[in-house]
Unconditional design. Structure first.
Length: 353
């Protein structure tokens, strides 16, 4: 998978005027380009987006999305502490856990698969390293967790991939031996590649310890826009009790965890209202949070690819990347994991022919 020529600028997929959503196909199959116009439309999957007929449709679909991305505590804890055959376990959830069993319960199998392989570890922060708490500013990780991460980083390259700003997540984790990607991968501090295939758009920088690093910020041109939208979001939500706007540098989080459920729709409407003025920004959902980010073909999965490439681990058959995450935004990284696994199996099969 060659990322050499890729990192000039991830594509802008401004689809607002097209009334459809384009999903970039896997980067192994397509080169990035400076701008959207350089992309062949055939390189995208085009998924028609249902046109809502009334304003109420818009409101209720956003509200449904806010509810569905905020699963109840009940569902979240079932897997860990109740009898999975108990009658109140939701069948579709049970089917889901059957298809995707807990990795913790399969630790031995994972360890066996890892034998003889180089592991690269990618960790989400909120809900993975730290517990979910009401106040995002107080989502501290425990000392035991910090020690575990520090320990694992002595053995394997380890990176934190978070929706938070890179500085904030570094402040929480406080470990210098790791790589950090903030803003859902749009702000990566990674290793300097020793090979000749330097990324064109990386900025050579130094980390807090003075070590040379590569900084990759594919959304840097959006910074003024994000700062502007941040101010507007703070203003428009200021009278909704419990709503909280968080500056994540290249994206903005609008939290509704502490908002009365009756007012969730007001939060959604306020955000949509502001976004009408910004067709180059889009909305994604996390755990009781709406996230505003640039319309870039860049996410946590791309950040994982970028770091693997930077570490010189992308084309190696003996590499086992592991990603641990709990949120919708981590799905992008899970898809990359799946793809890399398929690619490795395909390569192995071909080499045996
Ligand atoms: O990618 P992550 O590291 O998982 O970050 C995703 C978002 O996490 C934070 O919000 C979530 O955790 C908060 C603290 O537990 C919780 O109060 C909130 O409801 C959750 O959505 C963070 O505050 C966001 O900015 C991140 O985007």
């Amino acid at each position: 998978m060659d990322l050499k020529s890729n990192h000039t600028s991830p594509v802008l997929t401004d689809t607002s005027s097209l009334n459809n959503t384009r999903l970039g196909i896997h980067s192994a199959l397509l080169p990035y380009a400076h701008n959207a116009s350089a992309f062949s439309p055939t390189l995208f999957l085009t998924i028609p987006r249902k046109r809502p007929s009334t304003l109420d449709d818009v409101r209720s679909s956003l509200f449904d999305a806010m509810k569905s991305s905020s699963p109840t505590h009940n569902i979240l804890t079932k897997e860990f502490n109740t009898d999975p055959t108990s009658s109140d376990v939701d069948i579709s959830y049970r089917n889901w856990t059957f298809k995707y069993p807990s990795a913790l319960a399969s630790f031995e199998q994972i360890a066996n698969n890892a034998k003889g392989k180089k592991i690269a570890l990618f960790l989400d922060y909120d809900g993975t390293l730290s517990p979910i708490v009401d106040n995002p500013d107080l989502a501290f990780m425990s000392n035991a967790m910090r020690a575990a991460v520090s320990n694992v980083a002595q053995y394997f390259p380890t990176a934190i991939i978070s929706g938070r700003s890179r500085d904030k997540v570094y402040e929480f984790v406080g470990l210098s031996d790791l790589y950090y990607a903030g803003s859902h991968g749009m702000d990566i501090m990674g290793p300097v590649r020793t090979s000749s295939s330097e990324y064109r758009n990386c900025i050579r920088s130094t980390d807090k310890q003075g070590k040379e690093v590569n900084l990759f910020q594919p959304a840097s041109e959006f910074l003024p826009m994000i700062e502007e939208v941040l101010e507007s979001l703070i203003e428009i939500t200021k009278d909704i009790p419990g709503a909280k706007v968080e500056n994540n540098k290249f994206c903005v989080s609008v939290h509704y965890r502490n908002v009365d459920e009756k007012s969730w729709a007001s939060v959604g409407q306020a955000v949509e209202e502001i976004l009408k003025e910004y067709p180059r920004l889009r909305l994604t959902h996390g755990r009781k949070v709406l996230e505003v980010r640039p319309i870039l073909d860049w996410h946590k999965g791309k950040a994982v690819e970028f770091l693997l490439e930077s570490l010189g681990l992308m084309d190696c058959e003996d590499v086992l990347p592991i990603y641990v995450g709990d949120d919708r935004t981590d799905e992008d990284a899970f898809k990359v994991m799946e793809f890399l696994k398929t690619l490795a199996m395909w390569k192995k099969k071909n080499s045996e022919l």
